[in-house]
Design a protein around this ligand. Structure first.
Ligand SMILES: Nc1ncnc2c1ncn2[C@@H]1O[C@H](COP(=O)(O)OP(=O)(O)O)[C@@H](O)[C@H]1O
Ligand SMILES: [Mg+2]
Length: 336
């Protein structure tokens, strides 16, 4: 008999609990564009603020500024305006760069980021990766804000290094495209593993499929992504990259750790489809689930209206899954 696992409905009772929430800085460091980092950052900020009642700061560190545009801020360079470089390096007041878009959270738009990267790169090597932590996150977190979220570009620079050091809690969205696993592998080996070896701790709070729209009882792109996320030992080893005994090339995990344990601890319940579930789906014993996060035109429509989805359509069904993610952020990980 196949195990009863509700992979299409989040296990709300077990996961939606109050308490245990502690201030946390979170980043979206996927080294690949177009997987949903900015959509996730924007939506999660809205959910943490409006549904979970937290004080939230969202920061756009992508020079392309899509997130800023989507919240109504134009990202023209302006050398005269106070920017993040002034805050990180010259002691300018953080308040000078914080905006209030009016959707329950505060926001630092993308401004002069190329200059910020240049200025950080000129700084003394030793302390230059700690500026964001020392001058920005530490003074604000637990004081002014419960959660600080950094939206990052799909490539690394001095500023993204600063952000991942300051916000060692990652959420990794993945799209059902052929390069998804390679994107995760790159992120794991080039960003997560070195940071873990340097800092000791860098948590992947969750990895989440995004933009799903196809059946999963046939060999579709969605099926291929979901099945490899949920069963592949390499996928599990990418999530553990940088820890002792882990080898992303062979898929080796630390002694005594199973693939299932790692996946249970990193994939939200709504997207966890175990080997037994796949068997039941393929034998017709159970209906194929519609696994979130779904492709939804509302994300693009909200962007056009320069609003987060929580403001554009507060009852949108995908927001329930972002609320599950918000609880994962509060709890510091998926509770296996
Ligand atoms: N679940 C989704 N449904 C519909 N469109 C989506 C979804 N997720 C992302 N998109 C679209 O895909 C594109 C890339 O998403 P984005 O969040 O900008 O990715 P990234 O920040 O990783 O580059 C955007 O145009 C966005 O609107
Ligand atoms: Mg983006």
């Amino acid at each position: 008999m196949a195990q009863q696992v509700e992979c299409s409905t989040p296990q709300r009772e077990s996961i939606l609990t109050d308490g245990g929430a502690e201030p946390r800085a979170v980043c979206f460091p996927m080294l690949k564009g177009g997987f949903g980092k900015s959509i996730f950052a924007n939506t999660l900020a809205g959910v943490l603020a409006t549904r979970r009642d937290h004080d939230v700061l969202l920061v756009d560190l992508d020079p392309a500024g899509h997130l800023s545009t989507g919240l109504g801020y134009y990202t023209r360079e302006n050398e005269d305006a106070t920017d993040l470089a002034n805050v990180l390096l010259d002691g300018a007041d953080i308040e000078e760069i914080v905006k209030h878009p009016g959707h329950g959270f505060d926001f630092v738009p993308s401004l002069n980021l190329e200059r910020v990267v240049d200025e950080l790169s000129k700084d003394s090597v030793l302390a230059s990766d700690l500026k964001m932590k020392n001058e920005f996150v530490d003074p604000l977190l637990g004081e002014t804000y419960d959660y600080i979220l950094f939206d990052l570009p799909g490539s690394r620079n001095k500023l993204t290094n600063n952000a991942v050091v300051a916000a060692p809690n990652a959420i990794l969205p993945l799209m059902p495209v052929p390069e998804a696993l390679n994107g995760l592998r790159e992120t794991a080996t080039k960003l997560v593993a070195p940071i873990r070896q340097q800092l000791g701790a860098f948590d992947i709070l969750a990895t989440v499929p995004n933009d799903l729209s196809r059946r999963v009882d046939q060999n579709t792109k969605d099926r291929r992504l979901l099945e490899s996320m949920n069963t592949d030992e390499h996928f599990a080893s990418y999530l553990m990259a940088g820890y002792d005994g882990v080898d992303p090339d062979s898929g080796d995990l630390p002694e005594g750790t199973t693939v299932e344990e790692v996946l249970d601890a990193h994939i939200p319940p709504f997207a966890r489809v175990t080997a037994a579930d796949w068997e039941a789906i393929d034998s017709g014993e159970r209906a194929a689930p519609k696994v979130p996060i779904r492709h939804s035109a509302a994300f693009g429509d909200a962007y056009e209206e320069r609003q987060p989805l929580t403001a554009y359509d507060p009852e949108h069904p995908q927001l329930d899954h972002f609320e599950t993610l918000a609880v994962i952020v509060e709890q510091g990980g998926v509770q296996a």
